[in-house]
Design a protein around this ligand. Structure first.
Ligand code: NAD
Length: 478
């Protein structure tokens, strides 16, 4: 979405402004600030695909922001709004995000200027394969150097095509599957990747609410139970976040904003039913069990406890920031709050859980998938039954003690089933993700709470990330 104010910096400038604010608070060797900020390279490709009797030319990008660690990592976005500025901003965010959640990657991002809804599946496959070919032949897709993932407009299907295209071009590469993440489980993917970013948003909020002091800073109290949430974008990230928060944490989704308007209901919206409606009707309009608001973005300004922008960048900007009243914003999308809006919201006391942390669940589980591909074995395969038999020993012993001592103790209903079940891949992935989200929040929070010159989570997140990138450069002798 275009910024509505002429004074609004571009997405790229916005990310740099936020970086600069944090970098000024870190003691950096001369020249290091510039070295970290700049985007190392951006490759632009234009390629033709014969479709519907004519040759159509497409423009795509792959930016590498930082190679302080390799491979570099970042999604591929399909959208008509894709441009070099946007891809570079997103690649920079990937560098800081990976450092913050301690996944050993540099930052990258890709994009193709296309509206995927205008094409049939077989057409999209041909376009995707050709784009993948152009990137792979320049090592911009490679298990050791550059590993894409899904982003807006792409998903498992596109990642499977990319993996297959790379494998066709590198027939003897035993690690070919690790060239891209977010693949379907039957094509080298991992359980829990599709839900990962939304799940990460849930874990991030759960961790936030474990710190009453932080909750109070946002002017809130208590837990996630009953909190009124507005979500923008019911795609992969927004849908999973809204689903888990409403089904598992007792929060209430009171607004859903989509491209063609918004739905509101103070009693709580049915996320599952609305998602189904969007998939069959292409938007929210016409859904009967809620009030429809034609001016979707205006719902960002409605009263709520938590606002989750999960669609695209720049939606909270100089044009509307004064009217956005949510006390807590969690940036599920990348860059939804511009640098100017961030300043207005901060001054008003709004707490913003920043994108580089909030949506890091995707890259975290992508990392697990990449490790799985390189180790060629599913997580838990070696340990699961062994773990179960050790638990069985304890249960048997407890039951024997109860019987032999005549105490009549019995285990609670359901305990045996839950305790005996060894962890499968999905449980392990969720556990690793939860641990990552908790650890990263605490690292960010330590800086936020311990330094007088750091008054917000975003600056704290940048400081943690910058210090880690610097350590990595120093270790390389730079
Ligand atoms: P998606 O394409 O699955 O969903 C995007 C949703 O936003 C769609 O439902 C779309 O209709 C809606 N939308 C588009 N334009 C809109 C507008 N102007 N107003 C309201 N709604 C609009 O994309 P996604 O993968 O869920 O990504 C969403 C955001 O999360 C992006 O900023 C992306 O970079 C970020 N992100 C995604 C992942 C991931 O794993 N998919 C990981 C990290 C960050």
């Amino acid at each position: 979405m275009a910024a509505t104010n002429a004074n609004e910096p571009s997405f790229r400038e916005s990310v740099d402004l936020m970086f600069n604010r944090a970098a000024a608070l870190v003691d950096l060797p001369a020249g290091m600030e510039d070295k970290i900020r700049v985007c190392n390279s951006t490759y632009t490709v234009r390629f033709g695909v014969k479709l519907r009797g004519e040759i159509r030319t497409f423009t795509g990008y792959r930016s590498v922001h930082s190679e302080h660690m390799e491979p570099v990592k970042g999604g591929i976005r399909y959208s008509l709004g894709v441009n070099q500025n946007e891809v570079e901003a997103l690649a920079a965010l990937m560098t800081y995000k990976c450092a913050l959640v301690e996944v050993p990657y540099g930052g990258s991002k890709g994009g193709l200027c296309i509206d995927p809804r205008e094409y049939e599946e077989d057409e999209l496959e041909r376009i995707t394969r050709r784009f993948a070919y152009e990137l792979a032949k320049r090592d911009l897709i490679d298990p050791a150097q550059n590993v894409p993932a899904p982003d807006m407009g792409t998903g498992e299907r596109e990642m499977a095509w990319i993996a297959d295209q790379y494998a066709r071009m590198n027939t003897s590469d035993i690690n070919a599957k690790a060239c891209v993440t977010g693949k379907p489980p039957h094509a080298g993917g991992i359980q829990g990747r599709v839900e990962a970013t939304g799940r990460g948003v849930q874990y991030a909020l759960q961790e936030f609410f474990r710190h009453p002091e932080d909750v109070a800073t946002a002017g809130l109290s208590g837990s996630l139970e009953g909190k009124r949430i507005i979500v923008q974008g019911l795609g992969n990230v927004g849908y999973h976040a809204a689903k888990f928060l409403s089904e598992e944490d007792g929060s209430k989704i009171v607004g859903i904003i989509e491209r063609d308007g918004a739905l509101v209901d103070e009693g709580g919206l049915n996320v599952e039913a609305i998602s189904k409606w969007i998939r069959t009707h292409g938007g929210v309009k016409g859904y009967a069990d809620a009030s429809y608001v034609e001016d979707g973005p205006s719902v960002l300004e409605h009263d709520c406890d938590i606002l989750i922008p999960a669609a695209l960048e720049g939606v909270i900007n100089l044009g509307n920031a004064e009217r956005v009243t949510a006390p807590l914003i969690i940036e599920a999308a990348n860059g939804p709050v511009t640098a100017g809006a961030d300043e207005i919201l901060r001054k008003r006391g709004c707490v913003i859980i920043p994108d580089m942390y909030a949506n890091a669940g995707g890259v975290t589980v992508s990392y697990f998938e990449w490790v799985k591909n390189l180790s060629h074995i599913r997580f838990g395969r070696m340990q699961r039954r062994q773990e179960e038999s050790r638990h069985q020993l304890i249960v048997d012993e407890l039951e024997r003690l109860s019987k032999d001592t005549g105490t009549g103790w019995t285990l609670s209903p359901g305990f045996k089933d839950r305790y005996l079940r060894g962890a499968g891949e999905l449980e392990l992935v969720r556990s690793g993700l939860d641990d990552t989200m908790r650890g990263a929040y605490q690292a960010m929070r330590d800086v936020w709470r311990s330094r007088d010159d750091v008054t917000d989570l975003r600056t704290a997140a940048y400081i943690v990330a910058i210090e880690r990138v610097v350590s990595s450069y120093k270790a390389k002798g730079l």
